[in-house]
Write a protein that binds this ligand. Structure first.
Ligand code: RP5
Length: 284
């Protein structure tokens, strides 16, 4: 099977896989029934919020204002609703992870108490023979490939998603994250960036929703968790993306087209999203 061109800022980097909390606390043992409605008297997780979050950057909640947050609603400009429906609040006033206990309390590396909303653009095309341009098959089914990035934090391959910033829409975030992480738009001139955004506008307006909900992200804690909206943008004849060479940017260490095969190992719940895209396109 032919390899597609890919570029990377960090090809020389020696990749290792790292846990997201290498120097942080160990996760406490999670009882068999991690559900909040089941009492767990011995459950006593560490409370940990990373110093970078406690510094109160614009993307994080200020812990001092905790009592004023309106959970399960749109709180001013911040959407604190979960795709899973209303979540419980602890007697201390902290949101409780709808998936249950995680072994770690506090926010860890996440900025918001409760749901932290992200968007994941799954950009796909058919894998083609580099010479004949014929679509390649595996056991009679066409092979899809998607644009994946290597995360700088854990070293995992992932979909180039990112957080929905306050005031931004999901659709704007999908395009922005792809352009920043997979096309290195932040390093382009204003003119180039504008041309790129315009050229991709139609492509990014034809997305198909793949998944909306809780993500099994390694940063999740008892009081803060990731939720995402993943969309598929498919370049059926490969002509749209051919005009844009991949180049890693922002918090992506590398970028490439990856064959969407069933045995992939990806960050968080991303493999599940890719499986759904494969089914959608009746791919191998
Ligand atoms: C995952 O974290 C989401 O699916 C999304 O891909 C990503 C967003 O976080 P950052 O990449 O901005 O750290 O749970």
């Amino acid at each position: 099977m032919g390899c597609s061109p890919s570029t990377s800022r960090h090809l020389e980097r020696k990749w290792t896989f790292r846990p997201v909390y290498p120097n942080g606390p160990n996760r406490a043992h999670v009882p068999h029934t991690k559900n909040w409605s089941t009492k767990a008297p011995d459950y006593s997780p560490c409370v940990y919020t990373a110093p970078s979050v406690l510094k109160c950057p614009s993307w994080a909640d200020n812990e001092a204002d905790l009592k004023t947050f309106k959970f399960n609603t749109i709180d001013g400009k911040i959407d604190r609703r979960s795709f899973s429906g209303p979540y419980q609040i602890s007697p201390e006033g902290l949101p409780l992870n709808p998936a249950g206990r995680t072994g770690l309390a506090g926010r860890g590396l996440l900025g918001r108490f409760g749901p932290n909303h992200a968007a994941d653009p799954i950009v796909t095309r058919w894998r083609r023979d580099p010479v004949t341009h014929e679509v390649l098959h595996h056991f009679g089914r066409p092979v899809l490939e998607f644009v994946g990035i290597r995360r700088l934090d854990t070293g995992d391959w992932a979909i180039p998603g990112g957080m929905v910033e306050t005031g931004d829409t999901v659709s704007a975030t999908l395009r922005k994250e792809f352009c920043e992480e997979a096309l290195n738009m932040n390093e382009k001139s204003e003119e180039e960036a504008r041309a790129m955004t315009q050229a991709l506008q139609a492509f990014f307006s034809r997305g198909v929703e793949i998944c909306k909900g809780y993500v099994d992200d390694p940063r999740n804690t008892d009081n803060a968790w990731m939720e995402t909206v993943a969309y598929n943008f498919h370049d059926d004849d490969g002509t749209v993306l051919d005009c844009f060479p991949l180049q890693a940017g922002d918090d992506a260490g590398a970028v490439r087209w990856i064959a969407a095969m069933p045995d992939l190992q990806l960050y968080a719940s991303h493999r599940l999203f890719i499986d759904r895209v494969r089914q959608l396109h009746h791919a191998a």
